[in-house]
Design a protein around this ligand. Structure first.
Ligand code: ADP
Ligand code: MG
Length: 701
């Protein structure tokens, strides 16, 4: 490749790595497996971490029983252990660091053995053990490079550790990166110079060099901060531009509600709205009155009363002559919403229809007809709402009960069923602020930060399977005091609906016959007909059923104040937010609520989830714990969030950077909404790259 004086990342993304000297077809294939296909990919293949060699121990000073990291050369390797199907279970690599020798034992990872040719330099961490002699049980073993720290690309006190694979050695990777960087010349900055100066951030060019070949801890930290800032800034600028574009171009519906439905609804409720609900409803109604299409996120903890607010908004849409749709992520939730909404509205001249995948053809046909003609005012459903063939007479408000299960794409599709309808997205599970700013950063946010009066913390206990009877003993005492109980069946994959029914029936039989023969026990599961469900629920509400055995059907909507205790069987199979939702079912009454999580968590992760629940009541706090436990990798990409994967930023760690980046990005877009200034052109190109090619429309005036 010819040495260019300057390049931009977008240009470098169009240059295949195969152009680089030293990259033949074999290396090209190996790089592709690491997700590297362009020169830009290569130079932004950042180290996963930097090993600080000042923490490294001398082999001669290692003590048995301690954890240690050594930097050494491999002098040879040999297999260890009795072969299984012709293959030894591990190998040992003899290490020498100038002060002494020690074998490092590695289990599995056989391909490493081939890479550890004599002379290879490695960083090994593990426990020093005494077996036949002293050995290092290697937890991690990384190839660093061949030089001894004098000059060249491999110098320095910080050794970058790269995500690598069996086909390419980290050392080779670094050499390629070094050469590529030398070849591309100055890398132009997509961020405006005044912003960098104000935030005291190094230039992109310097940051990239520094991350690969750090000089010292301080400049490395500054470089990382710069890369994190850029990653978050570009996303935020894209969100800001999208929002600015919508504000300039989209004309929505101005809902002029006259209160003819809303007022009787509010008056008919057995409670008054909390201050937070009133404020949030006010924000929503102001949006709906305005001609600008509403795009609002409604956040609030379980049981904070979001659904009640959403219904008020739906009624306002109907008052103004439009139609509303409420989309839920699962059939069970959709049905539950349908039941409670049509119940709450039964005295009003409003027709609500249900649309799900599994409903009968006749019922579906009728619902579709009523929506098209306008006879039906509100549709409640699942994904079935966004399928072809679903048409509305005048869909003007879309409510998405999301629980971060829908992608941006699906949210968009439902909006297309109307002419720029207002959109309200509810997150029933509070999500960490950083995540909501990233996923929903182009939306206005309303938060219900107050629970209805009288809600109490739920005393939560973890009960091992072997002591399950103790939990039921406690339940018995609650029943004797006149309270009621939920017993939740272990979660079954949604594809195994029949299995779920069978398991629920078994548990029901056990409780009815063996555990509470003297009590009235009822059963509720997703496969029952709506009529049956309604009957069981009304019996439970009236106290005729004292113990309700249920599947996750009760996750939302079910609300029986006299129910003060919940037992969740197989609790380790539920997600943290689901458990939090379930537990939310018993905090509505005046009695001290209790929750028993029956589980033998098989994994550490499951154990931590359950512990978190015992410790915290606050949904926001729990959502952060959840994020920390599950890791951030699962948040993007696989969930079709419509957002690019984060390469360097970490949502929990980088909250402050995110907030700064967001403020700067929105300021910049406020000054130059279509990013037309020549100073902002590089940023605009970067956004186009990150968001995909067809965002050109964003920047049209
Ligand atoms: P969310 O959707 O936020 O989980 P819901 O709207 O389902 O909450 O409300 C939870 C329960 O609390 C419902 O049974 C609802 O009737 C009740 N509720 C809602 N708002 C209030 C309020 N202001 N005071 C008392 N109860 C309320
Ligand atoms: Mg709800």
């Amino acid at each position: 490749m010819e040495a260019a004086a300057r390049s931009t990342l977008p240009e470098l993304r169009r240059r295949p790595v195969g152009e680089l000297p030293g990259v033949g077809p074999r290396i090209e294939r190996a790089l592709r497996e690491l997700g590297i296909s362009s020169v830009a990919d290569l130079i932004t293949h950042y180290p996963s971490r930097h090993e600080d060699l000042s923490n490294v121990r001398r082999i001669s000073e290692l003590r048995v029983g301690e954890r240690a990291t050594v930097l050494a050369r491999v002098t040879g390797t040999r297999p260890v252990g009795r072969p299984v199907r012709g293959r030894p279970p591990g190998f040992s690599a003899q290490l020498y660091d100038g002060t002494g020798y020690i074998p490092a034992v590695v289990w599995g990872r056989h391909w490493l053995q081939g890479q550890l040719v004599p002379g290879t330099r490695v960083v090994v961490s593990g426990e020093v053990q005494r077996r036949y002699g002293i050995q290092l049980a290697a937890r991690s073993i990384e190839l660093v490079d061949g030089e001894d720290g004098q000059g060249g690309p491999h110098a320095g006190r910080f050794v970058p550790v790269y995500p690598s694979n069996r086909h390419i050695q980290p050392r080779r990777l670094r050499t390629l990166i070094h050469r590529a960087l030398a070849g591309v010349g100055r890398i132009l900055d997509p961020l405006p110079a005044d912003l960098l100066a104000r935030r005291d951030l190094p230039a992109l060019h310097d940051a990239i060099h520094e991350v690969h070949f750090p000089h010292d801890r301080r400049s490395l930290a500054a470089a990382l901060r710069r890369l994190v800032f850029q990653e978050l800034f570009v996303i935020q600028a894209a969100l800001a531009a999208r929002k600015a574009h919508a504000a300039r171009h989209e004309r929505g519906r101005s809902h002029a509600g006259d209160g003819s439905l809303l007022n009787p609804y509010l008056q008919g409720l057995p409670f008054g709205f909390t201050g937070a609900q009133q404020r949030v409803l006010g924000e929503i109604l102001a949006d709906m009155r305005s001609e600008r299409p509403m795009r609002r996120l409604l956040q609030g903890d379980v049981g904070s009363g979001k659904t009640a607010v959403a219904v008020a908004a739906l009624l306002t849409a109907v008052e103004a002559g439009g139609q509303g749709a409420l989309m839920a992520p699962t059939e069970v939730l959709a049905e539950q919403h349908y039941l409670s909404i049509s119940g709450a509205l039964r005295k009003l001249p409003v027709r609500v229809v249900l649309l799900t995948g599994s409903q009968g053809a006749a019922r579906r046909r009728e619902a579709l007809k009523a929506l098209r003609s306008g006879e039906a005012h509100i549709a409640v459903g699942t994904h079935a709402l966004i399928q072809k063939g679903v048409g509305f007479r005048d869909l003007s408000l879309v409510v998405v009960d999301e629980q971060h299960r829908f992608g941006v794409g699906q949210r968009t599709t439902i909006r297309e069923k109307g002419r720029t309808p207002d959109t309200l997205i509810m997150t029933a599970t509070p999500i960490p602020r950083t995540l909501s700013l990233t996923l929903y950063g182009d939306l206005e946010v309303s938060v219900i930060d107050e629970l209805p009066p009288g809600r109490k913390p739920v005393e939560t206990r973890l009960v091992p399977l072997g002591r399950r009877h103790e939990a039921y003993g406690e339940v018995r005492r609650e029943l004797e005091r006149g309270r009621q109980a939920y017993v939740i069946c272990p979660l079954v994959e949604e594809s195994e609906a029949l299995e779920e029914v069978r398991a629920a029936e078994e548990l029901y039989e056990e409780l009815r016959r063996d555990i509470f023969p003297e009590r009235r026990v009822g059963l509720l599961h997703g496969r029952m007909r709506a009529q049956e469900k309604r009957e069981v629920m009304s019996a439970f509400r009236a106290g005729r059923v004292e113990v309700l055995v249920a599947t996750v059907v009760v996750e939302v909507g079910v609300d029986v104040p006299n129910a003060s205790v919940i037992v969740i069987e197989g609790a380790e199979r539920f997600g943290l937010s689901q458990l939090h939702q379930l537990r939310g079912r018993v905090c509505r009454g005046t009695h001290p609520p209790r929750c028993f999580l029956v589980a033998d968590p098989a994994t550490e992760e499951a154990g931590r989830r359950l512990e978190a629940l015992v410790e915290h009541q606050d949904g926001f706090r729990l959502s952060e714990v959840d994020l920390a436990i599950r890791g951030e990798g699962t948040l993007f990409g696989s969930r079709q969030s419509g957002m690019p994967d984060l390469k360097v930023a970490k949502l929990l760690r980088d909250v402050e950077v995110l907030v700064e980046a967001r403020r700067e990005a929105f300021d910049l877009v406020a000054r130059d909404p279509a990013l037309r200034s020549p100073l902002h052109r590089p940023l605009r190109r970067e956004i186009q790259e990150v968001l995909g090619r067809d965002v050109e429309w964003l920047f049209r005036e």
